[in-house]
Design a protein around this ligand. Structure first.
Ligand SMILES: *Cc1c(COP(=O)(O)O)cnc(C)c1O
Length: 452
């Protein structure tokens, strides 16, 4: 029974992946319509598992976005390397609750190795603490919780114990172009989404170092490596120097941009990033592992532990090994570091660099092809992000809608510094030069219907 079921799931998954390159990236409206057939009353009796799987595949598979395929350029989210999907299945079978070393020694050990490799890959301080969390939003939250702990300890205040009510104020400095998830994290931490000091940015969305305010007293400075629209980086090294001179904690949101450090030809963008105090990134983006997989790193690992660890009589204490849950908001958790380990073991340093370089080259080709066809590229294409305008607001929106409907590839829209644009994000291991040419051709064909 179990064997039939699991082999059946593997067969259906394979079939799905084999077809993904030839179907439309966006699901058909008819497929979305058919989802309604799942809207039934809660069944009084169960169904046999083979039929459950069949129903799920038949109804839900066609209604999925082709993110796992080679021509999804909608968000910077990548696909899953086959080895990481396979590791995900195996780890699923293990069903480990990877909170505590004693309960899940195998997966806790593998995560510890993955953490060491990542720290080396990114050139971060070797003793940094790390957290395997659900995504960059929670990674920002965890790192900023460590920042909050540290600045309050220095101010003589036990923030975890006493809370924020009556606490001395902390200044938070952040670029105008920071990702909304950083503001959300600040809100969750009681530091406020809006009581921050915003620093103006330049035409690429980079924080202007000359506009950094004078920092006094307890302070946290939030920087960005990789703007979701342009791919640009704040001048991290320069701002770190100033902020550290004033005693502030520097946090970097590098949800996808941190991976540029792994690519020799891009690392210059992140110059000085190792000087920061904490970093957030995603593995489910450029490393191409399954959801959900984010990472936080903190130079002073004890600040992270102080913000996150709990104790209870029924939980075994651990002094010799790393307890994963001592560093994350969750207690019970899946061993998401296993897929990261598998990706790093499969790729090696050169393989990680190759994914980053290759996707950046594809982005350049998109920009060149669209510019040659007469369309305006709005950003300096320094990384894997391209912003293109097809004309006025209405024309650009119509072209985006047609590209999505046509289905060869999928890109979303945005507004960049007042200009409506299509965003192209290249971050999947599966995208080939042929996919880029095919997609370019489809984009230009769709655009021609509405321009010239
Ligand atoms: C994607 C992204 C986030 C949020 O990451 P999630 O994994 O979706 O939580 C934060 N910051 C930047 C710059 C991003 O690109």
């Amino acid at each position: 029974m179990t064997e039939t079921l699991l082999l059946n799931a593997a067969k259906r998954s394979l079939q799905y992946l084999e077809r993904i390159g030839s179907r439309k990236v966006q699901p058909d409206t008819s497929a979305i319509e058919q989802l309604k057939q799942l809207d039934e009353p809660f069944p009084a009796r169960g169904m046999n598992p083979g039929d459950v799987l069949h129903l799920l595949d038949e109804r839900c598979s066609p209604a999925t976005m082709g993110v796992a395929g080679p021509r999804f350029f909608g968000f910077v989210i990548g696909g899953s390397l086959p080895v990481t999907l396979a590791a995900n299945w195996l780890a699923g079978a293990w069903d480990q609750n990877s909170a505590l070393y004693q309960i899940a020694p195998g997966t806790a050990h593998v995560e510890q190795i993955a953490l060491r490799w990542l720290i080396e890959l990114f050139g971060l301080p070797p003793d940094s603490g790390g957290a395997f969390v659900t995504g960059a939003t929670v990674a920002n939250f965890a790192a900023l919780a460590a920042a909050r702990h540290s600045v309050y300890i220095k101010a003589g205040w036990d923030i975890e114990g006493k809370g924020l009510i009556g606490a001395p104020p902390v200044t938070v400095v952040i670029g105008e172009e920071a990702h909304p998830s950083v503001f959300k994290s600040l809100g969750l931490l009681g530091l406020g989404r809006n009581r921050v000091v915003r620093v103006p940015v330049d035409d690429q969305g980079r924080m202007r170092a000359d506009k950094l305010p004078k920092i006094k007293g307890p302070a946290i400075v939030c920087l960005q490596a990789g703007n979701v629209n342009t791919g640009s980086f704040d001048p991290i090294g320069e701002i770190c120097k100033k902020a550290h001179g004033a005693g502030a904690w520097v946090h970097v949101d590098g949800a996808f941009g941190l991976w540029a450090v792994a690519a020799p030809d891009r690392a210059h963008l992140a110059k000085g990033i190792e000087e920061a105090d904490s970093w957030a990134t995603d593995a489910h983006k450029w490393l191409n592992v399954p959801y959900d997989s984010g990472l936080a790193f903190v130079r002073d690992r004890e600040s992270l532990r102080a913000a996150m660890a709990i104790t209870a009589e029924y939980l075994p204490t651990e002094t010799e090994h790393r307890n994963p849950s001592d560093f994350v908001p969750e207690l019970s958790r899946r061993a998401r570091g296993v897929e990261i380990w598998a990706a790093l073991k499969f790729l090696g340093r050169s393989g990680v660099a190759d994914i980053v370089e290759r996707t950046c080259r594809h982005a350049r080709r998109f920009a060149e092809g669209l510019a040659a066809a007469g369309y305006e590229i709005l950003n300096d294409v320094v990384l894997n992000q391209v912003l293109v305008s097809f004309g006025d607001v209405e024309t650009t929106q119509k072209v985006i809608a047609e590209i999505q409907r046509e289905g060869t590839c999928w890109c979303g829209g945005t507004v960049w510094q007042g200009r409506t644009a299509m965003r192209i994000s290249v971050s999947s291991w599966a995208t080939t030069e042929e996919d880029v040419e095919k997609s370019l051709e489809a984009m230009i064909r769709c655009a021609r219907h509405h321009t010239k």
